[in-house]
Design a protein around this ligand. Sequence first.
Ligand SMILES: *Cc1c(COP(=O)(O)O)cnc(C)c1O
Length: 265
Amino acid sequence: EPGARRRVVNRSTVANVDLESLAHNARVIRAHLAALRGADSPAFAGVVKADAYGHGAVPAARTLVESGASMLACADIDEGLELRAAGLDVPILVFGAFSLGDLDGIFEGRLTPTVSTPTAARRLQEAAAARGVRLGYHLGVDTGMLRLGLRHDNLERTLPAILDSPNLVLEGVYTHFATADTPGDDLFARQRRNFAEAEATLAARGVRGCLRHAANSGALLADPGTWFDLVRPGLLMYGVAPDAFDGRIDVRPVMSVRSRVAAVK
Ligand SMILES: *Cc1c(COP(=O)(O)O)cnc(C)c1O
């Protein structure tokens, strides 16, 4: 049944999701941000991709919004539509690549897509123009993770056409770190430098005032210099601190799994 996540009593193995722990984690993360940045603290996005890391997207999203998340982030259009259908009303950023043949959901669900390729920008521009609307988007920059995003070293070529799209409004620019949970990692340092250069390239093209964001859980704990305007912790929100930072922040596991001992031999 949709929405039913109740304990099945005739089974002895149960995964329990404690939303109060999720709210607690959001609180301690916000306190951590405020301790270093005070009134100028970054906002936080509730990352609820992959069914909120298996915790249930809708209840997790509701709890995170009640705990101060100013944005939700998910992997694809269907996940975003599920959140809208449940009545969640904050901006929803879609991280993933979407099927260019099926963009209706972005407009119907008022979702914020990530532009990761010039082709995606063209298709979104056409779709927005056909509907006579302006569509906000975030630009994903690949600073070295080699997953999604416009290559940081090719922006001079790819940016002009994207920024000139008359029906697209740049609301944010972000990158994703591959190794922020490994202290002293060289790729993390390079990705930070590359993102700074990407920002400079955007500024040189007159882009001002859009949200800049980069920090996943590892970066949030490793380097306040990556916090910018918004942080995007996933694992940490669900109570899992990267090994290197275990104990640095008082998050609690949100999920617990219990079973009955069937036999002792
Ligand atoms: C999954 C994801 C996050 C959160 O990462 P964690 O390591 O779970 O904190 C942040 N940003 C993007 C783009 C992601 O895909």
